[in-house]
Design a protein around this ligand. Structure first.
Ligand SMILES: Nc1ncnc2c1ncn2[C@@H]1O[C@H](COP(=O)(O)OP(=O)(O)OP(=O)(O)O)[C@@H](O)[C@H]1O
Length: 207
């Protein structure tokens, strides 16, 4: 489903963050991206989400280079960024509606689906502006936004950071469910907590 071929990334000449990395990933795989601060996890996930470009080599989605042809690929991707970049003036519900409409996925059950995902995450303030949210409430909104369109590929940079224990357990259950529906999951962490039980495989950084 995703093939990484001879991937190299360097910001400064002669100092690659990783080099000549190749690997294949299949639907339903859950991949842990593990390593200390500054080891290249975010750089790797940014390349997978087309927010950064390879220095050499490439990433292929069903044989198509995702950096040369990002549109079809990105329709299949749910993303939780390392930095929160949510629109402050929308409510959380409005954001999810916008995501579904933008993907032509809005239908008669969408409102119910939005209520359901915010119920699961206990985001009571779903109809208030995101700009008024706490860090944890914004993280819940990011996770809901990544999952609402049932992506084939889910890319998450430390999604559990800033969440309380109860919410982390809920999010882990949601990820197990989406994995069982054959979504390929990439998830970074700088230490191995409860997410360890989700992963089929871990890639340890630095590579
Ligand atoms: N845009 C950039 N320009 C130059 N160097 C960068 C850039 N982004 C990241 N780096 C460098 O690349 C290295 C890897 O950074 P990256 O953010 O990928 O690590 P990380 O494993 O995600 O770290 P953390 O756990 O702290 O988030 C670091 O040395 C960082 O300074």
């Amino acid at each position: 489903m995703i093939s990484i071929k001879n991937l190299t990334k360097q910001y400064k000449p002669g100092h690659p963050i990783f080099s000549d990395f190749s690997k294949e990933f299949n639907p339903g795989d859950a991949i842990g991206i593990i390593g200390p601060n500054g080891s290249g996890k975010t750089t790797f996930l940014r390349i997978l989400s087309v927010n950064s470009f390879p220095s050499e080599g490439g990433v292929f989605f069903d044989e198509v280079n995702i950096h040369e042809h990002p549109n079809q690929y990105l329709k299949n991707v749910g993303l939780v960024h390392d930095e929160e970049t949510l629109p402050a003036h929308l409510t959380a519900s409005e954001l999810l509606e916008w995501i579904l409409r933008n993907r032509n996925s809005w239908n008669e059950s969408s409102e119910q689906e939005i209520e359901k995902i915010f119920d699961q995450l206990s985001l009571d303030a779903r109809n208030e502006q995101i700009g008024t949210f706490s860090t944890g409430m914004k993280k819940k909104t990011q996770i809901a936004a990544a999952l609402i369109h049932q992506p084939k590929i889910l890319i998450m940079d430390e999604p559990l950071r800033g969440l309380d224990k109860e919410t982390r357990v809920i999010v882990m259950d949601m990820l197990k469910e989406i994995k069982s529906n054959n979504t390929l999951i990439f998830m970074s962490s700088h230490y191995m907590g409860e997410e360890g039980e989700l992963f089929d495989e871990m890639i340890h950084f630095p590579l």
